[in-house]
Design a protein around this ligand. Structure first.
Ligand code: PLP
Length: 428
């Protein structure tokens, strides 16, 4: 099957109060269209649904992931290491695919550590972050030989005991709670009081403790926030993070071998949002990579990305099981919703509910369009996949496709809520 027409730009939303048109979604071009159907890995959506054997499901497109990694490598400095933050999508097959394409995997739990190692990730490129790491998880990580981003004095004390008991001297980097914020970030994870990392003022004391404990000091990890579409804000945070690491390195027990400047690269989800411009970030990282040769000779400069690598490569697909009209408004009821895809329902940190880009995936060329609301099967008004969106006119049996669903979907959703049939994932 060859791709034919490019995807239609997802439709305008209307505002209930005055029906004034609102800004449109960014064009969704990552999946080609053939014979009126979205193609995932070249397979038409209805055929893929038959192959999966059920709806709802998530489909992730290998080619789309590979293209994204290649685009990044082409844009960013050659020496820069790109890590995959696997909490965005920990599907084992996908992590395995990714492990062969990136320079490292960032895990945030003992469970993720297992998936990454099973996937064949080289422990030298695996790092383990997250608050409140248990003694058991630290023991596993030390034995595996991965780098542990320590986030408290208690974690260093545990690792010191583990070294005395087992002889495994953990590789450790200090996760610094930076003294600045990432402006315009969808989720702030640094600056001010935080449960993440250790405040910059406390870092010299922690570095001394690492030295006394005889742990293998690796370097610093700074992560200021996620889902940012402002390139200048990301570049500024990376510059400030670099300067902070350089100042803190004066108190380090050993030379810095790795400097992880975080990530935060966003993707466009909502009307009016535009894709991130990589150029200013790339230019800034070129400068920092040059400085690093002087300031941290031989050290690796790392960024860690989750959603930017996989978010656009995934679709959530559900089938329309009912169509009804209430007070003049069309409701399409799907067999999936909030319980499988919490973010698309608007209940994963959004302040005001906005529509994800959505299409009727088997009617991409349809000229007959209407404004419809797509609800899931849950007995709660929160279960919406689209609220009054212009879509192809759909019937029972048609397939709803939610774009930008490759990250924070399947595992970020309350899948047992209300006890409906399970959702599955496929890597195509
Ligand atoms: C969640 C997280 C990431 C990934 O964030 P994305 O928005 O998916 O890119 C990276 N690093 C750390 C430390 C995280 O907690």
């Amino acid at each position: 099957m060859t791709p034919s027409t490019p995807n239609r730009e997802p439709a305008m939303q209307t505002n209930r109060a005055n029906e004034r048109p609102l800004p449109a979604h960014a064009p969704m071009n990552q999946f080609a269209v053939g014979n009126g159907e979205l193609l995932v890995g070249g397979i038409p959506l209805t055929r893929l649904a038959a192959r999966v054997g059920q709806t709802p499901f998530y489909a992730y497109d290998r080619q789309s992931i590979a293209r994204r990694v290649e685009t990044l490598r082409a844009a960013l400095p050659e020496t820069l290491k790109i890590h995959y933050a696997m909490k965005a999508n920990p599907m084992p097959a996908l992590v395995g695919y990714m492990a062969g394409r990136v320079d490292g995997i960032d895990v945030a739990s003992g469970g993720e550590l297992k998936i990454a190692l099973d996937a064949g990730a080289d422990p030298r490129g695996v790092s383990f972050a997250g608050p409140g790491k248990s003694g058991a998880d630290l023991r596993r990580a030390a034995a595996a030989g991965v780098s542990i981003n320590v986030e408290s004095f208690r974690e260093v004390a545990e690792l010191s005991r583990i070294r005395e008991e087992t002889g495994h001297a953990a590789r450790v980097a200090v996760r610094v709670n930076p003294d600045f914020e990432l402006k315009g970030s969808g989720m702030k994870m640094g600056g001010g009081p935080r449960q993440f990392g250790v405040d910059a003022e406390q870092v010299p004391g922690l570095l001394a403790a690492i030295g006394r404990a005889g742990l293998a000091f690796e370097g610093f990890h700074l992560f200021a926030g996620a889902q940012n579409l402002r390139a200048e804000a990301i570049a500024e945070a990376q510059r400030k993070g670099y300067a902070l690491a350089r100042a803190l390195a004066a108190s380090a027990p050993a030379p810095v071998r790795a400097l992880n400047l975080g990530g935060g690269f966003g993707i466009p989800y909502f009307p009016g949002e535009r894709p991130l411009d990589l150029a200013p970030i790339a230019a800034n990282l070129e400068t920092l990579a040059r400085h690093a040769e002087r300031d941290f000779p031989g050290a690796e400069l790392i960024i860690e990305l989750g959603r930017y690598l996989v978010g656009e490569a995934g679709l959530y697909v559900a089938r329309i099981v009912d169509r009804k009209v209430s007070h003049g408004q069309v409701f399409l009821v799907a067999d999936g919703g909030l319980h499988h895809h919490l973010p698309a329902s608007g209940n994963f940190g959004q302040v005001i509910r906005k529509n994800y880009p959505v299409a009727i995936g088997n009617r991409m060329d349809s000229r007959e369009r209407e404004v419809a609301t797509i609800a899931g099967p849950l007995c709660t008004p929160l279960d919406l996949l689209a609220d009054r969106m212009e879509l192809a006119r759909a019937e029972i049996g048609d397939l709803v496709a939610v774009y930008q669903s490759g990250a924070y979907g399947f595992t970020a959703s309350p899948r047992d809520f209300l006890g409906h049939p399970a959702c599955v994932e496929v890597l195509v």
